[in-house]
Ligand binder design. Sequence first.
Ligand SMILES: C[S@@+](CC[C@H](N)C(=O)[O-])C[C@H]1O[C@@H](n2cnc3c(N)ncnc32)[C@H](O)[C@@H]1O
Length: 224
Amino acid sequence: MRMRRKKHCAERIAACAHLLISNPENLMSDPSAPFGVARPLHLEIGCGKGAFVCGLAAARPDVNLIALERVPDVVCLALERAVAESKLRPADNLRFIIGDAQKLGEWLPEKSLECIYLNFSDPWPKKRHAKRRLTHPEFLKIYKRLLIPGGRIIMKTDNAGFFEFSLEQFAAEGFEVVRQTRDLSRSPYAAGNIITEYERAFTVKGVPICMAEVVLKNNPQSPA
Ligand SMILES: C[S@@+](CC[C@H](N)C(=O)[O-])C[C@H]1O[C@@H](n2cnc3c(N)ncnc32)[C@H](O)[C@@H]1O
């Protein structure tokens, strides 16, 4: 997400420090520590300005949610939204990490995640940039280590080419599709859908949204 530099970004982030995981490597010993309560852990990668993750945290007090975003100017807005909407959350279940998804394997223990959300991830259409796609096999291998058996990835995108690429990679890495649509708002899955910032912009323009939910069925690293 490109964005003009925010004024006083560092100070504004510091004002929301209670929602920030500033040493994510400490999660390795106890991923529920920042929340004070153990609940199933969900992760959004590339949370942007936080509309989705704030909505989800309010709707799902039964889970702990980590929102990961690598652009500090963007996280700043997401954090401020999370603070402004804190009264809407029945549980204190939302935290943020500023950083890159490539590092997830250094931060989270194996089999710690129940669900990963990939909302409108950058499609990186050029072949030479394919490794940057968040559904590239190298990322999927990281997610497979971190997901519990039966763990899920839920992706949404406006980009049909990126969607097809992702479905192929999911299948190749042993994920099974349990829900998919190429027009989310006209599908049975529209009910309960939490809309992201990008999704709202595309939907206003009449662009259909693709959605897939995939499950890691036979995690070879899970105990027998
Ligand atoms: C197109 S925006 C979508 C934002 C939001 N999810 C939405 O749907 O409105 C993609 C976001 O993912 C972030 N992002 C891309 N690659 C990332 C990575 N490797 N690690 C963390 N964040 C990433 C970008 O900085 C950007 O804010």
